[in-house]
Design a protein around this ligand. Structure first.
Ligand code: SF4
Ligand code: SF4
Ligand code: SF4
Length: 205
């Protein structure tokens, strides 16, 4: 995790709520999408664990009110993730194509991004308030896209010889992954929490 990671969360609220009055704030999403597209080519879902404002919002905001129930397995199933990705992309492209004919196109497109940010933040907040704070990140279309682009890059490695099976790594994993059997799990968000807490230095990237 980067030093800046804990401080990124408020930007989600600034875009989601402030954007209702200043639609141009919606273009912040383009910066986010562009950055995660580039980083995913080299580091898979690294962006999710280090630079995503919404990930930070979950880890340092929603976690304080979360009931922390286990993430439902269905959320990380491709039966949910692929339709969620397709619906979001289709909705965005449809709304943008309709808007292109209007006069104040730039502002209207900004508002499309704002509304997408607001709706997904609301869903993520409800899920994270009841289940694990990062529940949304199991189904998020941007997370799924990074998984497909660079899921095999920058993988976590475990040394079974030195591991003492204390399970500390699994207790801190925000994605509820089975860290000791991490293998090539493309949904690891490379946050490094497991690496930091391991008493035997058994985990490395
Ligand atoms: S899964 Fe989506 S919301 Fe979660 S950290 Fe990644 S890009 Fe952000
Ligand atoms: S396996 Fe480790 S690096 Fe990957 S998400 Fe879990 S805690 Fe973070
Ligand atoms: S924290 Fe380290 S020693 Fe403990 S179970 Fe995980 S990998 Fe093994």
């Amino acid at each position: 995790m980067l030093k800046i990671t804990p401080y990124l969360g408020p930007s989600v609220l600034i875009v989601s709520i402030g954007g209702l009055w200043y639609p141009m704030l919606g273009y912040f999403l383009l910066l986010v999408m562009g950055t995660l597209l580039i980083t995913s080519m080299f580091r898979g879902r690294w962006f999710c664990g280090n630079l995503c404002p919404r990930g930070s919002y979950f880890d340092y905001g929603i976690i304080k009110i979360s009931k922390k129930k286990k993430i439902p397995k269905i959320l990380s199933s491709m039966w949910v993730r692929i339709p969620a990705f397709a619906v979001m992309m289709a909705f965005m492209l449809y709304r943008i194509s309709v808007t292109l004919a209007a006069q104040n196109t730039i502002e209207l497109i900004g508002m499309i991004f704002v509304s997408m940010c607001l709706v997904t933040t609301l869903i993520g907040t409800i899920l994270g308030g009841y289940f694990n704070a990062r529940s949304w990140c199991n189904a998020c279309p941007m997370g799924t896209m990074q998984r497909f682009i660079g899921g095999k890059k920058y993988q976590l490695k475990m040394d079974p010889e030195s591991c003492v099976d204390c399970k500390k790594c699994e207790k801190v994993c925000p994605m509820e992954l089975e860290v000791r059997d991490i293998g090539n799990n493309p949904d690891c968000i490379k946050c490094g929490r497991c690496v930091d807490i391991c008493p035997k230095d058994s985990l490395t990237f």
